[in-house]
Design a protein around this ligand. Structure first.
Ligand code: HEM
Length: 756
């Protein structure tokens, strides 16, 4: 057959011949593709080759069995030159991916001389249709927006690296968990309910999604900052989201749960009780993305090198500790700085205060019941207390670079719970099973077709040979004619890997004999004990925040029936909580038919107490014309030395002058607000209402306050006593700064509340 087709010489010979002639041609006229092709044609003629061969080399009769890289293109074929999206050669610097020419060009790279005037029939005449630049500019603008995510639309992201410490090696064969392995990551934090332009500090769950670009393919850990979820089965996801999103008639309120439809749903659908309790706690208003825990929520199945499986829950532990805003701060920030969390993350990274999280796992035996200490591991409305199963640290993540372009990276990144790597598998949790379907499905619409994995931020760092072809925005230029299996025309490529060559092989888990049905197991019936567990594990101050949050949210509801129904739910969780909320609503606290069950508390769930690093925190220094600028400069220096950021406030912009180097002013009393800082140092007593408000808010928001002698009048004007807890005044400037930093390490002056 080979002889009949005129390909009696192995095609290899032809390819070599072509390469030789082509090389000469390239040598003669560098870069001229036309000459390369001419050279190929000559070589083909010289060998007596008959055109129309389907593949790059004649197939063997038997199905190919030896793996090898994909065949080269046929000799007569060339792919488009390797260029970036903006015309630069791919081996160029990072900037090669962005705009290139020093002059404005069209999308085709033609230089332009004017972009301010459309081409018109005379100065006062109509615009001409032939104006390519005008049409291209307007058409592209008309299509700049893509749909925002259906949930988690508002977010911010950063690049970083994950370093494994090897502790997971025994239970998981994934290469990126081997000791010392470094893996590039991209992390996106988000709120759930709000639109893309909503505020960062609203009360809501936060997304914590991590893309690990591992050598064995991409692993996405798409988690939240709350370890339990609202629903047990993903089929209810549209229901909870429709209830939480703004009312469909007026589209209000934006980005929050303080409205009737949310409380209507969660009071009827009581499996949401534990997650709702977490949302009403301080976890619903994080201080920063950098101070949030992250949770994979579901139970995953890890597979070791010898095939042993274990069940695990993933935890991210922030090295800066878990900290929250206070409610009034969150509300002020939503108006004063809607980008509060986004700015905090970007500023911290820009200033070198790289946030870090330890990744840990709770490990459970993979028993047929998939339960641990009576807790159903397939029920994502339940957590396993760390006191019962400690979190074992398996590596550390550092975020150390901001995205270059928000849209290209943060907006176009596509996380998916079914992006798994060998060694990490899913479980049959019905919430997880729904997610395995949902993300890929939604991204086909959001990112305009099935090829979004080729968008730069989504590209794997492992070699891809997927036989997926064509579709909108195809960037691959795949040679070959046989994107099907089995084939012989493409030499049998691609081959199937085995366990020894890195294949993802699902854990062969035995399924129980079962009958097809729409029903939950009996273990899913307990909707309240985990809400009680969480509430009773909190410190008194945290509990008072929870009471305040329920009272606020229900107070915003219109319908009395919904408030009463929610109180009936709270009565099943905790009597004291129910009574306190009822009192604030002016309603009777119901007595539950079934009293709350009291599980053992889990102290690990409280975030009050402990000492934490202060890197990247901010201290505001309030000055006026009578301030001793030398003292201010000294405070700035010692604050900076502690890796804390000083923000100097004054009545005007510019600098504060004194004998030493001038001190730059960061905020005026007109532009600055207390929420921008974690502590204040009063170095003057400006006669300014806004300055008084800053001190008043700082005090009520439990922030440490330092007072230098010129600042005592301002403290008094704000109605704060020098003896109040967390007010440092009776020592020298450097001791006061030290005390402030000590106060920051505890996050808030909790004694101030306890002291009443
Ligand atoms: C444990 C429960 C869940 C967690 C922790 C979770 C977490 C997340 C996170 C972090 C994101 C944002 C990803 C990003 O930054 O781009 C997200 C988006 C999304 N989630 Fe979930 N989710 C959960 C449950 C569900 C369920 C049950 C469904 C559907 C059945 C679902 C559907 C979606 C969709 C459609 C998106 C938007 C994805 C996109 O447009 O790229 N989620 N989720």
């Amino acid at each position: 057959m080979a002889e009949d087709s005129g390909r009696s010489n192995p095609i290899k010979g032809v390819v070599e011949g072509v390469k030789g002639v082509a090389k000469q041609a390239i040598g003669a006229v560098s870069g001229s593709e036309l000459l390369v092709r001419e050279g190929r044609a000559q070589a083909a003629q010289a060998s007596g080759y008959i055109p129309s061969a389907p593949g790059a080399q004649p197939p063997e009769k038997d199905e190919p069995t030896t793996p090898h890289p994909p065949l080269p293109p046929k000799p007569d074929q060339v792919a488009p030159e390797l260029r970036t999206a903006t015309g630069a050669p791919v081996e160029g610097p990072d900037t090669a991916r962005g705009q290139q020419d020093e002059y404005l060009t069209t999308g085709q790279g033609v230089r332009l001389y004017d972009t301010d005037h459309s081409l018109r029939a005379g100065e006062r005449g109509p615009t001409l249709l032939q104006d390519q630049h005008f049409r291209e500019k307007i058409t592209h603008f008309d299509h700049e927006r893509i749909p925002e995510r259906v949930v988690h639309a508002r977010g911010a992201a950063a690049h970083g690296v994950f370093r494994a410490n090897g502790a997971a090696e025994k239970i998981c064969k994934a290469g990126f968990l081997k000791s010392g392995t470094e893996t590039a990551v991209f992390v996106r934090f988000s709120t759930v309910l709000g639109s893309r332009g909503s505020s960062d500090t609203v009360r809501d769950t936060r997304g914590f999604a991590t893309k690990f670009y591992t050598g064995e393919g991409t692993f996405d850990l798409v988690g939240n900052n709350i370890p339990v979820f609202f629903i047990q089965d993903g089929i209810k996801f549209p229901d909870i989201i429709h209830a939480g999103k703004p009312h469909p008639d007026r589209e209000i309120p934006q980005a929050q749960s303080a409205h009737d439809t949310f409380w209507d749903f969660v009071s009827l659908h009581t499996e949401a009780s534990a997650h709702t309790m977490w949302n009403m706690s301080d976890r619903g208003i994080p201080r920063s993305y950098r101070t949030m825990e992250g949770f994979g929520v579901h139970t995953f199945r890890l597979i070791s090198a010898d095939g042993t499986t274990s069940l695990v829950k993933f935890h991210w532990k922030p090295r800066l500790g878990v900290h929250s805003l206070v409610w009034e701060e969150a509300q002020i920030a939503a108006g004063v700085d809607p980008d509060f969390h986004r700015r905090d993350l970007a500023d911290a990274i820009e200033s070198g205060a790289y946030p870090e999280w330890d990744l840990g796992v709770q490990v459970f035996p993979d028993n047929p019941e998939q339960t641990f200490e009576g807790i159903d591991l397939l029920d994502s409305t339940k957590l396993v207390p760390e006191e019962l199963s400690p979190v074992q640290i398996i590596g550390t993540m550092q975020l150390n670079a901001n995205p270059t372009n928000f849209f290209a990276e943060t907006e176009q990144v596509a996380f998916c719970t079914s992006h798994l790597v060998p060694g990490i598998d899913v479980t049959d949790d019905p919430l997880m099973q729904a997610r395995l379907f949902s993300y890929l499905d939604t991204q086909i619409t959001r990112l305009g077709g099935p090829n979004f994995a080729q968008i730069p931020i989504n590209r794997p760092h492992a070699a891809v040979n997927d036989m997926l072809r064509d579709g909108f925005h195809q960037h691959g230029v795949h040679p070959g004619v046989a994107p099907y299996q089995p084939n012989s025309l493409d030499g049998g490529c691609p081959f199937m890997a085995g366990a020894d060559t890195g294949a993802f092989i699902e854990a062969p888990v035995a399924l129980p004999a079962s009958t097809k049905r729409r029903a939950n197991p009996a273990s899913y019936d307990d909707h309240f004990s985990q809400a009680t567990l969480f509430y009773r594990s909190l410190s008194p101050i945290e509990r008072s925040h929870v009471i305040g949050a329920y009272a606020f949210e229900l107070g915003k509801c219109y319908e009395q029936a919904i408030k009463e129904r929610t109180l009936a739910v709270l009565a099943r969780i905790d009597t004291e909580l129910c009574e306190a909320v009822a009192a604030r609503l002016g309603l009777e606290a119901p007595v539950p038919a079934t009293p709350p069950v009291a599980p053992a508390a889990s102290p690990a769930l409280s975030q009050v107490g402990g000492q934490w690093p202060v890197a990247g925190r901010r201290i505001g220094i309030l000055t006026d014309a009578n301030s001793d600028i030398g003292d201010v400069a000294a405070a700035v220096a010692s604050i900076t030395a502690a890796k804390v950021v000083p923000l100097v406030f004054a009545a005007h912009g510019g600098t504060l002058q004194h004998e030493g180097a001038p001190v730059p002013i960061s905020r005026t009393y007109f532009t600055g607000r207390s929420i921008e800082v974690d502590a204040v140092l009063l170095a003057g007593s400006p006669d300014d209402t806004n300055a008084r408000i800053i001190v008043d808010e700082a005090f009520r928001h439990l922030k440490p306050i330092g007072v230098l002698p010129p600042g005592s009048k301002l403290l008094a004007a704000a109605g704060v006593s020098l003896d109040a807890p967390g007010v440092f005044a009776d020592s020298g400037g450097s001791e006061i700064v030290e005390s402030l930093i000590g106060g920051l390490a505890q996050h808030r002056v909790w004694e101030r509340v306890v002291a009443g």
